[in-house]
Design a protein around this ligand. Structure first.
Ligand code: GTP
Ligand code: MG
Length: 302
């Protein structure tokens, strides 16, 4: 229940934007006519589902209503709920981290919340009893390793860092060696923020990725792309590029608390076919929530 309340709270701005409109639409419902479907589509687009995903959702609702003879507002809103859950359900939101060690590689553009997410993950997995080792692969600024060190201290886990300007792939190499030597369960790798259209930086990610593959063949690895939900549809463009260079296994949507357009989650899942694994709803350690399609939709609509 606490978890559900937290998502609801995190989605407060989006709820104000979407839920109120939807509730209004359904309570003024006089019949599933053209106007109704048009207004529904508009509401979903306003929530940043994107034109394609919104119109596909409404199209599916029309079909379902026709096939199943749905007429009442209650029936239609329940059907919409199922369709929205289905759009989000593009794969497992569970993290697969069974090997020892396993790896989480965190990537994304500048300032989206990568390092903060790593801190939150370190707290979560340490509390679950895993021995976590953080790897400061953002060597671009000295402050980046400092920031990660603070989180490592908070979580009570180890960190491997090199000096500013050193090769991130070398830090990852050392991190993996340290994890082996110390019997760590999980290595979480931070990377510098990079623009998705800078190919030299994207190649660097590729190099990090190859080091992990080479040093830990067969290890479970999650490569999570962090997307700032407040950037809306732009996040989608970034994601496509990262997908090409690094092969993403999951998404983390941060700063949902700061946007009225949380509907971006649907657009991203729908277009990328990559499951959302966590959502960030604040800056504190407990503000990272494991994602569940159904709970997300329920929190949004109810
Ligand atoms: N409100 C809110 N703020 C967040 C969330 N996640 C991260 N932040 C804030 O976003 C800012 C940037 O976070 P960082 O973790 O430093 O982002 P980063 O991606 O590592 O940034 P670079 O390393 O510079 O690319 C910080 O002020 C965080 O506290 C979230 O879910 N909600
Ligand atoms: Mg960072």
């Amino acid at each position: 229940m606490v978890f559900f309340d937290k998502i609801k709270e995190g989605l407060a701005k989006t709820k104000k934007n979407v839920t109120v409109q939807l509730t209004g639409l359904f309570s003024a419902f006089t019949g599933a006519d053209e106007d109704f479907y048009e207004e529904l589509e508009e509401t979903l687009i306003l929530a940043d589902l994107g034109v394609e995903t919104a119109s596909a959702a409404v199209e599916r609702l029309r079909e379902k209503a026709r096939e199943e003879g749905l007429r009442g507002a209650g029936e239609l809103s329940r059907a919409l709920e199922e369709i929205l859950v289905d759009i989000l359900d593009v794969g497992s939101s569970e993290m697969k981290l069974e090997t020892k060690p396993s790896v989480i590689l965190i990537i994304g553009v500048n300032g989206v919340g990568k390092t903060t997410t790593i801190g939150k993950l370190a707290m979560r997995y340490t509390q679950e009893g895993k021995k976590v080792l953080l790897c400061a692969g953002d060597t671009f600024r000295a402050a980046a390793a400092e920031q990660l060190t603070v989180w490592a201290q908070r979580a009570g886990c180890d960190i491997v860092r090199h000096g500013e300007g050193s090769d991130p792939a070398a830090v990852v190499f050392d991190g993996i060696a340290a994890a082996r030597a110390r019997g760590a369960d999980l290595v979480i790798v931070d990377t510098a923020g990079r623009l998705h259209n800078k190919s030299n930086l994207m190649n660097e990610l590729n190099k990090i990725s190859r080091v992990i593959d080479r040093e830990l063949p067969g290890a479970d690895r999650e490569t999570l792309l962090v997307i700032d939900a407040t950037t809306g549809q732009n996040g989608l463009i970034q994601a496509k590029q990262f997908q090409e260079y690094a092969g993403i296994t999951g998404l983390v949507l941060t700063k949902l608390d700061g946007t009225a357009k949380g509907g971006i989650v649907f657009a991203i899942a729908d277009k990328l076919r990559v499951p959302v694994k966590f959502v960030g709803v604040g800056e504190k350690a407990e503000d990272l929530l494991p994602f569940s399609a159904r709970e997300f939709v329920e929190a949004l609509l109810r």
